[in-house]
Design a protein around this ligand. Structure first.
Ligand code: FAD
Length: 321
């Protein structure tokens, strides 16, 4: 029998750690095993309570000034020491910009497997973890399982619902580990212009694609987003090629789950469609009736976004008054 037992959860983003704890709780209950979370940082101990309320049985807390900011080598050293000492069977890490390379490096050091970006987690008949992830450019879903222990998987935001916090007992374990001296130094950090609400959490998203002619025309989307309390998003070329946005929606960008997604001047090819699969209602505005976006849209408007958007905004504002 394997000496590995229990599930560890870590994310450098507290909200994501809580979401993963909610999903991992169900798996831990099925396996009758312990669910622990790793809290790394400085002055972070007070987060332990909500982690316990969201499902953790144990919170391993390593709290030091040297860990105030995410630093790959220092955080990796802490995780490696904990995983080596406590031998969890499964390690779930938040799929953030920091979390993904951290998981890959941890797996390499432990000579074990790592499945990135699992949108679903389950157990097979041998009680092994099964991670589901999109593959072939979003055309297929792959189910992967593990031959080695620990089983390491990364989990993106909104793969699991936000758990409802409830009163439950848990244990806070404070650890005084030696932190590795980092070989790199943060010289400067600058805030990006991204909005402070995560697009994954938006209930309404108005997104634009290459049909938008000028950067200033974003105002048309913002004017519609305001009365709907929504956020503005975009397809990849508007962020990566034109640099009008810092982030995009899709396979290589954010996977979103809004109640309403309005795609304006977006062709809707598979790489974009893969990011909006979980949207409840998709509305497409496109002047090409053959655009692939109409195949996945619940409502379609064949027309020029420069005419349709202002008319839609006007109609919504009128209805609100
Ligand atoms: C590995 C890989 C990963 C990728 N990941 C992503 C990803 O995560 N997200 C993503 O979005 N893309 C991604 N792409 C790029 C993707 O393949 C497409 O190139 C991109 O989604 C197209 O963006 P678009 O729909 O804005 O532009 P286009 O395909 O050029 O479509 C523009 C659309 O606007 C319509 N239009 C033009 N003018 C108007 C108007 N005035 N009114 C109404 N409609 C109008 C046109 O009919 C057309 O359908 C990826 C590509 C690769 C290779």
């Amino acid at each position: 029998m394997s000496e590995h037992k229990g599930i560890f959860v870590f994310s450098d983003k507290q909200d994501l750690a809580l979401e993963i704890l909610g999903g991992a709780r169900e798996i831990a209950d099925k396996l009758h095993t312990e669910l622990s979370t790793v809290l790394i940082g400085h002055n972070v101990q007070d987060r332990a309570d909500e982690m316990i309320k969201c499902g953790a049985d144990k919170v391993y807390c390593v709290d030091k000034p040297a860990l105030e900011r995410f630093q790959a080598e220092a955080y990796l050293g802490v995780l490696l020491e904990l995983v080596t000492s406590y031998k969890p069977e499964t390690v779930l890490i938040g799929s953030t910009r920091n979390g993904k390379p951290l998981a890959a490096r941890l797996a390499t050091l432990l000579e074990t497997g790592c499945v990135p970006d699992c949108t679903k987690l389950s157990l097979d008949e041998q009680q092994r973890l099964v991670g589901e992830r999109m593959t072939y450019g979003g055309n297929a879903t792959a189910k992967l399982t593990f031959k080695t222990r620990p089983q390491i998987a990364t989990v993106p935001p909104r793969a699991f619902e936000n758990p409802e916090p409830r009163e439950r007992h848990g244990q806070l374990v404070k650890l005084d580990l030696k932190v590795r001296d980092p070989r790199t130094e943060t010289v400067e950090t600058r805030p990006t212009q991204a909005s402070n609400v995560r697009i994954e959490e938006a209930e309404v998203i108005i997104s634009c694609g290459r049909g938008l002619e000028k950067k200033e025309d974003k105002i048309l989307l913002e004017e519609l987003a305001t009365p709907l309390c929504g956020q503005v998003g975009c397809s990849r070329p508007l962020a990566e090629d034109r640099k009008w946005f810092s982030e995009w929606v899709g396979l290589s960008g954010h996977k979103v789950k809004p109640k309403l997604y309005i795609a304006c001047g977006i062709s809707g090819v598979i790489q974009h469609a893969a990011g909006i699969r979980d949207a409840k209602v998709i509305v497409a505005i496109n002047k090409d009736p053959e655009a692939p976006i109409f195949e996945i849209a619940d409502y379609g408007v064949v027309g020029n976004l420069y005419e349709v958007l202002p008319a839609l905004t006007e109609a919504i504002k009128r209805q609100r008054h």
